[in-house]
Design a protein around this ligand. Sequence first.
Ligand SMILES: [Zn+2]
Length: 164
Amino acid sequence: MKNIFLIFLMTTLLITSACGQNKNKTQTKTSNKMKFAIEKTPEEWKKKLTAEEYRVLREKGTERAFTGILNTNKETGVYNCAGCDNPLFKSDTKFDSGTGWPSFYDALPNGVTLIEDATHGMVRTEVVCAKCGGHLGHVFDDGPKPTNMRYCMNSISLDFKPKK
Ligand SMILES: [Zn+2]
C-alpha cells in the first residue's frame, strides 16, 4: 500500500515538473481559438480586405519573398495592422534581414500576440495582431541587438503611416 502511494506521489511530481518546464520554456499561447477585441465573420473580412490581404491575414498565407512594397521601405513612421489599424511596429526597429520580408527587432506594446505554430513540420512562433488576430508572420530569435528577435512580417499585412 505504501509503495502504491509512493508511485502515485512520484508520478504526480513528474507531471507537475513537466508542465512547469513547458510553461517556463515558452510564453506563447497555444490556442488558435482565441478571442480578440475585433471579431468579424469571413464575409465581413472579405468585404474589407483585398483577396491577397484576406489570404495572408485571415488564412495565414505567406507572400512571396521580395514582393512586398514595404520590404525596402526606410521612411520614418509606424506600421499598423492592415486589417484593423492597430499600431504594431515603429520604423526605428526595422532592419534589413536580407530575407525579402519586412523585419523588425521589436514590436509596440499591445501590438502583437505570439502563438505556437506546429504546422508545416516545424515548430515556429506565429505573430498575430493583438487586436484582430490577423496573421502577420513569424518571430525568430536570430535578430539583432538589443532584443535578438526577428519579427519576419508579410508586407501586405502591414499598413505604413509616415510620420507627418
Ligand atoms: Zn489587426
